[in-house]
Design a protein around this ligand. Sequence first.
Ligand SMILES: *Cc1c(COP(=O)(O)O)cnc(C)c1O
Length: 429
Amino acid sequence: MSGGAQNGTRSGRLYERALRVLPGGVNSPVRAMRAIGRDPIFVASGSGATIVDVDGREYVDWVCSWGPLILGHADPGVIAAVARAAAAGTSFGAPTEGEVGLAEEIAARLPSVEMVRMTSSGTEATMSALRLARAVTGRERILKFAGAYHGHVDGLLAQGGSGLATQGIPSSPGVPRAAAAATVVVPFNDPDAVREAARRHEPAAIIAEPVPANMGVVPPAPGFLGLLREVADETGALLIFDEVITGFRVARGGAQEHFGVLPDLTVMGKVVGGGLPAAAYGGRRRLMERIAPAGDVYQAGTLSGNPLAVAAALATLARLDADAYARLAATTEALSAGLVDAASRAGVEVRVQSLPGLLTVFFSGRPVRDWDDASACDTDAYGRWCRELLARGVYPPPSQFEAWFPSLAHGPEQVEHTIRAAAAAFEAL
Ligand SMILES: *Cc1c(COP(=O)(O)O)cnc(C)c1O
């Protein structure tokens, strides 16, 4: 699929080189942009809400590294904090002051979290939270939702969202049968299916993105998260909220604060790394003290709590106050409303589903409540629309099954530019 619109460009030449040494030319599948029928864009730099590709083209970036960059690209405060940390040594494999401060900051924000363990990626964090849930309950099965993505953990790839959904991969070869068999998958927003599956399979954990965002953004139906809490309590399972996307984004205290439902364990990533590789899982002290060396559940990491990532995280979280969340919500709302309006003027049927700080434009005539609804969207039309947007200097998520991530660097100017480009792109369909 090399060449196309990019023949003869620097991006095109880089892609040809990349295809020889990186599978698919990338280090993570969705970057390849295959789902929207074009070649990837090689990025040279970013600043605020803007990225510049290696051919000098500028884009308003609504992907923002898939969520971490809530302050936008190359934020001066974050850069200064990381530079200071780097000058003092990039890694020690020994405790530092910063990670204690970050753990305190996380616990102060998330209502259900008293203790955290840091990791380098969200995948590691969900994997470790499952291990803890299995240790605590003495059970093996995990209940997850169709279209949810929790990183590329073996047992969680069944009917996963994000890149699996984008590429139409129901699961993955290479996953041991036993790992797949320990995973029970039910539709999101289906209370009866959850109740029945939990009673029948007595899982160690029910793991959910409280707002699924890896099949596009699918808000929970009123009462659905509360039901998960009830069913977990009734069946002796732990409730795990994967807040890798929602944490520190939809509200100061994440989705658990926004919806007022507290999980037993919370998985964090993306924003909590401030744009550097960091993630974490946490919960009540009673549970977290099972983790080694306080307890017997082993989990470790050479670069866990890395000083550069911790510095970026602290610099980022320090800026996320009530005013910041109000601005992020206003930007999301203005963008959503503008996109809805632009589509309806052009006579294109879409549903824009959003929460403060994230949204998806579904090419569908009806609300998207679960994976069946999401997978019924017109992905070809979505792809064409994205290509038109890119040609007009707007960088949307290059898959129907991902979220737009407004940042605090996006202002009215970027929103207006995007809505104008979107209107022309809808017309072009
Ligand atoms: C991105 C993501 C992960 C995985 O995090 P990585 O850092 O990419 O391993 C897990 N859960 C959710 C909800 C995510 O969006």
